[in-house]
Write a protein that binds this ligand. Sequence first.
Ligand SMILES: *Cc1c(COP(=O)(O)O)cnc(C)c1O
Length: 353
Amino acid sequence: MAAVESVFDSQHFILGPEVEAFEKETAAYCQVKHSIGCGSGSDALLLALMALGVEPGDEVITVAFTFFATASAITRLGARPVFIDISPDDFNINPELIERAITPRTKAIMPVHLFGQCAEMDAMREIAERHNLPVIEDAAQAIGAEYHERRAGAMSEIGCFSFFPSKNLGGAGEGGLMTTNDDKLAEKLRLLRVHGMQPKYYHQIVGVNSRLDALQAAVLRVKLKYLDQWSNARRRNAERYEKLFAEAGIEEVITPITRPNRRHIFNQYTIRCSRRDELMSFLKQQSVGSEVYYPVPLHLQECFKYLGYAMGDLPATEQAARECLSLPIYPELTEEMQQYVVEKIAEFYREAK
Ligand SMILES: *Cc1c(COP(=O)(O)O)cnc(C)c1O
């Protein structure tokens, strides 16, 4: 509240010193040279694609098992998302399928670090470099996640983050961030978020209005200090679930894996299970919250019908959409609460038999 009050005292509500300080701190946290605040994670993706010159007719390779914004950023620029399937065990882009999706129109590759675990970046970078393609990380769910000791958002041309309240670093409203090690791209992103305006009322390019506001930055700066503590508590909770599920021996449930050399920050703890929708409503009756991320994969969304995909095109994605259920994982969750969650799931499958 003191940080919020100081913004009101300053009367400097958009960008300004609070945002600049937050950008410095997040650049250090994400181990990158530049960090640029913007209006939301969705805008971060849009601005990243604009900065890389994605235009109508271009193709961007990405996944369909993600939040809508990953693909809508591409289509809003008149470009085409080329959806490829995920690896069934970590829900991330299957690197073996990337190369065959590349065409002369491919302009970028956009992996998502889903649920807080980094995608397989080395294999992807190798392909991207061979084809001279930039990579944009959708790291909206993965701030502080690591891949071979490198941080999410630091392994590509541009990393995109969200401060939607449900993320590990959540604001008191909307907010987003872009990270890059490239000076020219950083300059372009800074220009794009203020209508391409430099100096005032002189427009060099057509951008958008997407700025981080000082109130968000002030709140996020306070919370950033606790981020590792909170993400570590989520990791501890994931370990406890792993142990509790192993003890309960529920055949119908597959717990999430963490690949070697990863720091998984567990924005979501997502199991696979049979009779998912019934389990979800049973849990609701037992006062256990759960959520389905994501029930309809993007290649089957109404608004993307024109892309011509059909059921069966992305089998691992479609299976995940049918079987995934995310359980409570927030930092303050107690061991007793987790025991209750696992007991109730065991009870559901016992009674279902
Ligand atoms: C949250 C999220 C976004 C969008 O972020 P907003 O800040 O809500 O616009 C984009 N991609 C993924 C994977 C997300 O989880």
